[in-house]
Design a protein around this ligand. Structure first.
Ligand SMILES: Cc1cc2nc3c(=O)[nH]c(=O)nc-3n(C[C@H](O)[C@H](O)[C@H](O)COP(=O)(O)O)c2cc1C
Length: 192
């Protein structure tokens, strides 16, 4: 059997992003578990705000096509999203909107979401850790017919959650992340 491949997508472009740091720790945990991990930055997939006229005129932008194919080359996906005003940032929603419009030959539109396991996590400086963004993201991915694992991680008070090596300071946070990673691996393997 080929190695399990999992794609990790942080939903923030900000330098020092709490979510990019959580994505890095998650990628490390996945690698420790023997997974072939790819961690990307959405800065490498810049997209205009979705506009049906733009799609009709110029088609889906190449960065959305490339990202869709990158997702398709992995068995599972972990999205680590910030929470903006109780929901996902425009960056995350817009990226999913464009990817959901990609239709490769001999494939139904949106098939890339159906065919693999998704996990979601968030980090925020607040007490709820981005729980409301996770609810919104779960809904969006479900609308795309993705299978999202029941477990999720909302890292609260995240500004204080990392040590000087950018590892999670609290054993409980590490355990929660490891449980998430294990569940993503299990489902990804079953969907291979
Ligand atoms: C426009 C905006 C809205 C925000 N709304 C929330 C919110 O609803 N809940 C929350 O916990 N944090 C909120 N925050 C704070 C973010 O969680 C915080 O800036 C976080 O560091 C962003 O993620 P990042 O560090 O990965 O870039 C908001 C920040 C911005 C810029």
């Amino acid at each position: 059997m080929s190695a399990l491949k999992i794609l990790v997508i942080p939903g923030s472009l900000r330098s020092g992003s709490l979510n990019a740091r959580l994505a890095a720790v998650a990628a490390h945990e996945l690698a420790q578990a023997g997974v072939d991990v790819t961690r990307i930055s959405l800065a490498d997939f810049p997209l205009p705000i979705y506009d049906g006229d733009l799609q009709a005129k110029s088609g889906v932008p190449k960065h959305a096509v490339n990202l869709k194919r990158m997702i398709g080359a992995h068995h599972g996906v972990l999205i680590v999203t910030p929470e903006y005003n109780s929901s996902v940032p425009a960056l995350v929603k817009n990226t999913i909107d464009w990817v959901s419009r990609v239709q490769d030959p001999h494939e139904a539109r949106g098939e890339v979401f159906r065919g693999r396991a998704f996990a979601i996590a968030s980090a925020s400086g607040g007490r709820l850790g981005g729980t409301r963004a996770l609810a919104a993201l779960r809904l969006i991915l479900s609308a795309c017919h993705a299978t999202v694992i029941p477990n999720q991680l909302a890292l609260s008070f995240a500004e204080d959650a990392y040590d000087e090596m950018d590892r999670l300071r609290l054993p409980a946070d590490t355990e929660a992340l490891q449980a998430l990673v294990r569940q993503l691996i299990d489902l990804s393997q079953r969907m291979m």
